[in-house]
Design a binder for this molecule. Sequence first.
Ligand code: OGA
Ligand code: NI
Length: 342
Amino acid sequence: MAALANRSVKSLVDTGMREIPKSYIRSENERSKTTAVCTESIPVIDLSGIYGPNRTEAINAISKACEEWGFFQVINHGVPERVIENMMRAHHMFFELPEVEKAKYKAERHDKPVVYGTSFTAKDQKVLEWRDFLMFIVEGTIDAQTLKDWPPIIRDSALEYMTEVRKVALEILSALSESLGISGIFESIMGHERLLLNYYPPCPNPDMTFGVSEHSDVGLITVLLQDDVGGLQVSHNGQWVAVQPISNALLINVADVLQQVLSNGKFQSVEHRAVPNYSQARISVPLFCAPARSTIIKPVPELVNEHNPSKYRPFTFGDYLTYFHSRSHSGKADNLAYARLE
Ligand code: OGA
Ligand code: NI
């Protein structure tokens, strides 16, 4: 990719640039599909329902949202507001640091424990994405050594946030397992987490580029926090639906490999993307919850039978992750082609 590939978007914007550089401009064809509809909205689920007498109804609502949308918001999820606020504040503080401070965390590969970078796979992408990011990768538990690698300015807030949000992810996974009558199955294989801090600087031409282009996530499930700027769009029945931010809510989305593969196609992973904003920076924080790299992924035997044969060949999550990171964002069908049986 061009020389710009390694330059953070924020550092470009800070030069006072009035037009986006060519390397960020999408083709007319892609841009013509950028308008999102607002008439429909993704489901909103009150998560406190799963702890009360109406657990069954709450679980059914979650399972239905995963089958029909693959993407929904949860309120009353139990993560204290203070934890969310601290995370957002620390997120801004990190990205406001001088470039030279942030650059200490630059790494080529996505499998370093902390990576500061820009775009997605900046070196290989044909068109760059209008975002910078900081990613924490945790395989297994977070020990003192891991924490030493995390930037001090964000360490405590990120740890507390991750600890709280992991509980939400496990609750959702447990609800989904229960809805299939195979309790424990999904939540027991979680072993790899990535906390991604997305920073989308203001963009002089927001209709010509994407903050993150069309893709589906790779793990089991993603829990995403966003601020109130907006810009996230979700693909539904062939249309792009704009997600209206709800203060303190969390977004949940089914990620393609595991739900799609483990559930043998029952739950839908879903394509989504984000457009930048003209006047203000936007931040979001997905926690990607996935199995350990060595986990062998194949449909749960209870969900495979002669009427519904396995649609995927077995593979390890680590191999899939390497495959995902070796390419540009290119959509769900392309991701799943890795394992789909003809
Ligand atoms: C992602 C993602 C959406 C957003 O980072 O995988 O989908 O709203 N982000 O930032
Ligand atoms: Ni995503």
